[in-house]
Ligand binder design. Structure first.
Ligand SMILES: [Zn+2]
Length: 426
């Protein structure tokens, strides 16, 4: 008799056995050393995300719930928007700050502003009115193409930046100096500007891959370059990465930025943002968890992002990592057979890992099996078990035959209708 067949026998011995199997899996990845204490995430959904022409600006009540959700999933900093852009943006930002204070959240709020004192002044006002310590990300484009288009010279960029940063520091704001299009800017320009702004007392800087041009080597090169400037080592200043997904690299670039020495990585929920979007924060959270360890908040990630999908009107693709409806579902006969055997051994852990690198159960999800023309009897058996139905071999064979005549996987309703028409089940 198979000693694992009875789920009630989930003894200490079996748990050790499962652990041994998990530990025996080889990993070719280099340890990335990414963890929550050293590597933080900044959410930009309410600023950069809303520049996406296909999303909805959430109502203020939804924004408050959004901030609460970010706090729960371990996001450290949140951009509340661009208060200088209008009265509504100003009032929403003020209300969100008051909410953060009232709830005693740890999340650190900040606002966006161009390198203009007229943009920064409303941020300082909101800090005073709400009593919340606010940050400001003050940004200016520095790449050769922006210089030509805007007709800016080195002197203008330097003076504009210094004036804005001095003003913001004087107002008691946590200043983050953001160089737009950093990844297409010359080293000598980056060096001169960052050193000049740091001299004023600025302690936080963001490197932007504004048009998603960087590949992994580019991220490593630019982060290392800045970290090696005098006074820019880890611990001396905070360095953040802001990436876009035009080449499909945003997530790996964000992970690389952490590995190369950035403290923070920016992103948005579901990667919303103009063009191909930003780095998806839920995937940063997922990979940071996989790099370190799961915690009790892991289970709040999926329900929260599902709410965000509705608040921002961004649909989740069926095969989107972690969140897609079919991500933990297989129709393949071979895969279904392995998952079924794992469950028959009484092991959720094995079922989670045998055909997946992301353990569904850690996120409150489970493996599922569908039946289509690539399926085998295990798929039918799995479906019957799930629906508490008894199956004989003829039933299994006839459902499979039915599935093989269809071009898409069977829905539950299809199978029940088929059984009602053709087969006796109990
Ligand atoms: Zn951006």
């Amino acid at each position: 008799m198979d000693k694992f067949a009875d789920k009630k026998m989930a003894s200490k011995l079996e748990l050790n056995w499962e652990q041994e199997v998990e530990n025996s899996l080889f990993c070719w990845n280099k340890p990335q050393g990414i963890n929550k204490d050293e590597h933080y995430i900044c959410d930009e959904s309410l600023r950069d995300g809303l520049q996406d022409p296909s999303v909805t600006d959430p109502e203020i009540g939804q924004k408050l719930e959004f901030i609460e959700g970010l706090e729960k999933i371990g996001i450290s900093r949140v951009c509340l928007g661009f208060p200088a852009s209008g009265e509504q943006a100003y009032q929403d930002t003020l209300e969100m700050c008051r909410f953060i204070k009232r709830e005693g959240f740890k999340i650190e709020p900040y606002c966006a502003a161009r390198t203009l004192t007229s943009d920064i002044a409303p941020v300082a006002q909101i800090q005073d009115k709400s009593g919340v310590a606010l940050g400001v990300t003050t940004f200016i484009g520095i790449s050769p193409i922006r210089r030509v288009v805007e007709n800016w010279c080195d002197y203008f960029i330097m003076e504009q930046s210094r004036e804005a940063v001095s003003f913001a520091l004087n107002e008691g704001l946590d200043v983050n100096f953001v160089t737009e299009d950093t990844t297409r800017s010359k080293p000598e320009n980056i060096k001169a500007l960052l050193e000049s702004v740091k001299e004023l007392g600025c302690k936080r800087f963001t490197l932007c891959d504004t048009v998603g041009q960087s590949a992994l080597s580019g991220v490593d090169n630019i982060v290392s370059f800045v970290r090696n400037l005098p006074g820019f080592a880890k611990g001396e200043v905070k360095l953040e990465w802001h990436g876009h997904n035009d080449r499909g690299y945003s997530l790996t670039n964000g992970m690389q930025a952490w590995m190369s020495g950035c403290d923070g990585v920016h992103g948005t929920v579901l990667g919303i943002g103009e063009r191909a979007g930003n780095t998806a924060i839920e995937l940063l959270v997922l990979n940071r968890l996989l790099e370190s360890e799961f915690c009790e908040t892991s289970k709040s990630l999926v329900p929260f992002i599902e709410k965000c999908s509705s608040w921002f009107s961004r649909k989740i693709d069926e095969n989107y990592p972690l969140l897609g409806t079919t991500v933990f579902t297989t129709a393949s006969g071979v895969h279904a057979s392995a998952i079924l055997k794992s469950y028959e051994r009484g092991s959720n852990k094995l079922a989670d890992l045998v055909y997946s690198s992301v353990p569904a159960s850690e996120f409150g999800l489970e493996q599922n099996v569908r039946i289509n023309k690539t399926s085998g009897r295990s798929n039918v058996q799995f479906w019957m078990n799930k629906n508490n139905l008894h199956m004989n071999e003829d039933t299994s064979a006839s459902i499979l035959l039915h599935a093989k005549s269809k071009r898409q996987a069977l829905e539950d309703k299809d199978i029940f209708d088929f059984l009602a028409r053709n087969v006796n089940v109990s």
